[in-house]
Design a protein around this ligand. Sequence first.
Ligand SMILES: Nc1ncnc2c1ncn2[C@@H]1O[C@H](COP(=O)(O)OP(=O)(O)O)[C@@H](O)[C@H]1O
Ligand SMILES: [Mg+2]
Length: 462
Amino acid sequence: MPHSLKLFQTSTFRLSALYLVLFALSVGAILAYVYWNTALLLERQTDETIRAEVQGLADQYRLRGLAGIIDTIQRRSKEDTGSVYLLTDPASQPVAGNLDKLPQQATGTMDWIEFPITTQRGGNSEQHLARAFHADLQGDYDLVVGRDVEAMRQFADIIRQTVFWALAIALCLGFGGGLLMSRNFLRRVDAITDASRNIMGGNLAGRMPVTGSGDELDRLAQALNEMLDQIGRLMAGLQEVSSNVAHDLKTPLTRVKARVESALRSGNSGEYREALEKTVEESDKLLQTFNALLSIARAEAGHSRSGLEPIDGRSVLAEVAELYEPLAEEQGGKLTVNAEVPLPLHADRQLLAQAINNLIDNALKYGAQEGAGPEITVSGAIEDDHVVIAVGDHGIGIPPEDRDHVVERFVRLDQSRSLPGNGLGLSLVAGVMKLHGGQLVLDDNHPGLLAKLILPVREAAG
Ligand SMILES: Nc1ncnc2c1ncn2[C@@H]1O[C@H](COP(=O)(O)OP(=O)(O)O)[C@@H](O)[C@H]1O
Ligand SMILES: [Mg+2]
């Protein structure tokens, strides 16, 4: 499409065109009203003055006769008021006044007439227009009384022209302004369109242009850029996860393959059996990893939000404690649960239990002190308007700089690689927290790790 056509199609142009038309219509109507009123008022006033004067002169004629009216006309003719007078006798000869002959239109009945007159202005003679009333007096005398209306007509002309030009200029300015605005608008929309094509074309680092003016287009561009940033982050995360998944699955599969191959080579049925058993074991671990990955994905996607129900977090803590207390004691340690108040939550019971399981599982694995079993405290409390469920141990803990990092999928710190695990436990906890609108916070337990689940308290009505 040609660029100029596109200009006319912008909403900015259409809007300004619409406003322009409305503006022109209303301004035109107002100016026309002013014009007609001014011009008509002036004309009417002149006509009334003239009519009153004719009336006065006719009265004079009736009361004081010919001499009286001649006297008055002559007196008034001498004053330079822009008035014209003429009195003619039955033979149409001028008797008094400042016109030398009866204008041509002044024939027949009484009426309004208009005719040119010559006036002296600063030594020059000028042609002016006069408007007059022509009356037949008794005895066939003709009386013409008028005014020089040139100035009035010129004034009306000026008003008319002003109206015309004002409208014309307003229309031009409006049209030009509309074009300019839409061109500016179009240019910026084009820039955004180009930028998005560019990004779609593969330049994923590209961003929408922001002019810094903070206007609506800037805000739109900024929002789009934030969206692109977020998509970029998600894509990078996804890439890392898939490469981590590939890497983490490759190792056990390679192990399985090597073991099966060596068993096959040995030809020994005892080794076959052992290899198969190990394979089943590894497959179980792989399945666990896959299940964990799927659970995380589901929790993060928020699929099971519909599964959220009102529960008391205390009962979940009690169940979990029952499960893990014997395990802790078996390892020569202790697990104590501390939850005095009800913990009203809106949560998925199973996922929440899974999250707490994962934390206690870590505490059992990494929380053992030198020479003694793990001392684990599980507590539930209400702080402000949050339910805080905390699992603490006194093991090696996680250094502050690693606390963000360990939540990511497959991340295991070097210090704990000797222990079994897939690095997905905390990721699932974080996913479950996200699903519940809560937060996983890792803290120092002096020594050890204090993992806190911070969840919104269920509203009394909900
Ligand atoms: N209670 C803890 N004390 C010390 N380190 C911990 C604790 N919990 C988790 N970690 C560290 O965080 C890493 C990730 O934990 P997690 O996601 O549960 O994976 P996994 O338990 O399979 O190793 C662990 O490998 C460990 O290095
Ligand atoms: Mg774990």
